[in-house]
Design a protein around this ligand. Sequence first.
Ligand code: SF4
Ligand code: SF4
Length: 381
Amino acid sequence: MQKLESLIQEASDLTNAAAEQEVARIMQICNACRYCEGFCAVFPAMTRRIDFASADVHYLANLCHNCGACLHACQYAPPHDFAVNVPLAMARVRKETYIQYAWPKMMGELYKINGVAVALSTSVSLMIFLFLALALNGRYFGGVLDGNFYAVFPHNTLALIFGSVFAFVILAIAIGVTRFWQEISPGKASAGAATETAHDVLSMKYLGGGHGEGCNNADDAFSLWRKRFHHFTFYGFMLCFAATSVATIYHYFLDLHAPYALNSLPVILGTLGGVGLVIGPVGLLYLNLQRDPAHGDQSQKPMDRAFILLLLLISISGLGLLAYRNTVFMSIWLVIHLGFVMGLFLTMPYGKFAHGIYRTAALLKNAIEKRQKNTLQLGSD
Ligand code: SF4
Ligand code: SF4
């Protein structure tokens, strides 16, 4: 058994090494060419290096947001013999970094079968919540409860289940990104670097493309729709998170308990967030289906789509729960919604959600590095 594990580890190390060598090979070509320097943060960061060791490759791979612009611009892209495909090479390494830095380490393997993992964890969560609803307060299940969720699931039960899973999610992601941070050795972050990073993340600056026309998607035409749908998704998610946080404050500090009125702050925030989380994922799913297959790594499509679909199902079931909360269907909408949310929580540290965290860390390193002297003087900064 141990021999099999070490053989699998050796095979995986070889795959990682090949993926990293491909990025290093391509970066050597790009460093000589530098045509794409204005497209994103990757190319200026590249010009600060001559050699591309593992840590450099991991950093650059997470700095790339797979916009596809450099592939369409490249005179050395396939079928040229140089076969330069930056987004594909970066995407392969990116996935390897998620696996390598994951905590606990063996859970990193879930990235390889993420679509299946999302489907399984969501299905199991749905079944568990249905079982719990019937076991805990079955006599209320299917009754008209005037939106009182806690008649189906006691508040403390929900707080315990979601609180403990959420704590694990935060811990797993924090350990993973700390390992990444330690390897890329970014130096000390000044207030200016932190502010620039916050701006880049919140505005999703690099999804705007090098000249503000956006990314490539199906072909060499630029479009801002990927940026717009990311905004809907991100801010929709944040509004839903804010709704839950406000409801928690109401419950514990103001002694105000759910159900809340339609014009209350938690319901308004949750409704706006839910609408954003419908528009964003629908748009991202459409763009993903239309995407030029040469962009990125096709083997990661199930992970991308599973995450987008799960966000969409969460928002639809949340809005359904709101619409039907005063009817006999409330209990079933509640079970479905909680099952989907738990499916997301369980897979958050081992799925597409991680890309936002690792990219933020890479952007922070970039902001720190830009403030340091470029001793090579090969690029424009
Ligand atoms: S991707 Fe192609 S065009 Fe762009 S810098 Fe690299 S080699 Fe040059
Ligand atoms: S795919 Fe886009 S973000 Fe990635 S290196 Fe190319 S231009 Fe930069």
